[in-house]
Design a protein around this ligand. Structure first.
Ligand SMILES: [Zn+2]
Length: 170
């Protein structure tokens, strides 16, 4: 298990539409173990594969920093089945250090995915779980949370975004 470097905004891999995972083999399992180590190290709530530079359709959700009984969830080749409602909530992203924004997203989501043992599962989520699932699922389609903020808010953070871009190009 290794902690991998997290790529920052400006790295083109964050805008890539990720490829489906074809087999949950040794290398996929090793990669997911690294992804888990990376998320734990960063103390985030979620992490998508392309945030460590690998454009595969995998993401993690880990609510244990908020609720210690929570276990890490692995989503492979996820598919959003249904969303409903609307909720404004503050979001951050490991690829945008120190940036937090109020983002409006659906309040409820039903998602189907494959777990590490190759089993398909479906969950209906609300609250913070739904929020993190929707944020991470966007990542694997190359979508970022700043895509949802108003042009005015975007203008206000343009300096920070430029700095991040410059840092990720260095
Ligand atoms: Zn993110």
């Amino acid at each position: 298990m290794a902690v991998l470097p997290i790529v920052l905004y400006g790295n083109p891999v964050l805008r890539e539409k990720s490829r489906a995972v074809e087999a949950i083999d040794r290398s996929t399992k090793d990669f997911v173990a690294d992804l888990i180590a990376t998320l734990k190290d960063a103390e985030g709530l979620g992490l998508a594969a392309n945030q460590v530079g690998v454009a595969n359709r995998i993401f993690l959700v880990d609510l244990s920093p908020l609720e210690p009984s929570e276990e890490i969830r692995v989503f492979i080749n996820p598919q959003i089945i249904e969303t409903s409602g609307e909720l404004e909530y503050e979001e951050g992203c490991l690829s945008f250090p120190e940036m937090f924004h109020l983002i409006t997203r659906p309040e409820f989501v039903t998602i189907r995915a494959t777990d590490l043992s190759g089993e398909e599962f479906e969950i209906k989520a609300d609250g913070i779980l739904a929020r993190v699932i929707l944020h991470e699922n966007d990542h694997i389609d190359g979508k970022l949370f700043i895509d949802y903020i108003t042009p005015m808010a975007r203008e206000m953070i343009s300096g920070k975004l430029k700095k991040l871009k410059a840092a990720s190009a260095a």
